[in-house]
Design a protein around this ligand. Structure first.
Ligand SMILES: C[S@@+](CC[C@H](N)C(=O)[O-])C[C@H]1O[C@@H](n2cnc3c(N)ncnc32)[C@H](O)[C@@H]1O
Length: 225
């Protein structure tokens, strides 16, 4: 699964300072909205989930990638590898932090939001990337390595799709590196398209710059049921 390969290289490429800016925006919003019980959709490696737990929120996570959920469980995040549409529990608020919604293609949006509407009592808060971030910032090649990994990401943007080819060489023993390769696709969605995909009401749009651009790279959208 491509998301599991992404999980293996995420730590090599994650800009922790930028992520912290975004995660703290979400914490601030949750506090402002005075919510306590939160579902973290696409909890990934569990960093946001843990931050929110330490800030006093009652938070649970779900992610489609088993590899991500294993990392999050090790960090102490209460989470499971399950599709949001299979959840029976309801939560005061759901969040989807750092690119989760980008992974849904246009045809998947309506069904995803219908499932979110079933589990959410009050708010759904998530970020989407701006066209500028996808078209201008995300494209090109990135390389990173650690003692036991060497990875390259190559990204192209065309027809509202950001296609990233992940290549990973992972050390298996002293002499051997095993090569793995897969593609992840992220989709640009306008606010209008998102609004048309849900019965929830758009309450607030917050433009965010994580990497110091003068143009917003992300929008945080707050939807209310
Ligand atoms: C860039 S990571 C962000 C992880 C985490 N939210 C954070 O802020 O660090 C995006 C995550 O979304 C997950 N994901 C993608 N599509 C999903 C979906 N439809 N439902 C649940 N998780 C999804 C991926 O497996 C990945 O772990």
């Amino acid at each position: 699964m491509a998301l599991d390969l992404y999980s293996k290289v995420e730590d090599l490429f994650l800009d922790k300072e930028a992520a912290d800016i975004l995660w703290n925006h979400f914490i601030m919003l949750l506090k402002e909205l005075n919510v306590k019980r939160v579902l973290d959709i696409g909890c990934g490696g569990g960093d946001f989930c843990l931050l929110a737990k330490n800030e006093g929120f009652d938070i649970k996570g779900v992610d489609l990638s088993k590899a991500q959920v294993q990392k999050a469980l090790k960090k102490g995040c209460d989470c499971k590898a399950v599709d949001i549409c299979e959840l029976k529990e309801t939560f005061e608020t759901a969040v989807a932090v750092f690119d989760v919604i980008n992974y849904l293609c246009e045809n998947e949006l309506k069904n995803f939001f219908a499932c979110v509407e079933k589990v959410v009592e009050r708010y759904f808060i998530f970020d989407i990337n701006t066209l500028y971030a996808m078209e201008d910032l995300a494209i090109g090649t990135l390389k990173a390595e650690s003692e036991d990994k060497f990875s390259v990401l190559y990204s192209e943007f065309e027809n509202n799709k950001l296609i990233t080819e992940i290549t990973l060489f992972e050390k298996k023993d002293d002499k051997c590196f095993v090569k793995k390769q897969n593609k992840i696709i992220q989709y640009y969605h306008s606010v209008e398209r998102i609004e048309k995909s849900t019965k929830m009401r758009l309450k607030e749009i917050i433009p965010i710059s994580l990497y110091g651009s003068s143009e917003a790279e992300k929008l945080i959208l707050v939807f209310e049921k």
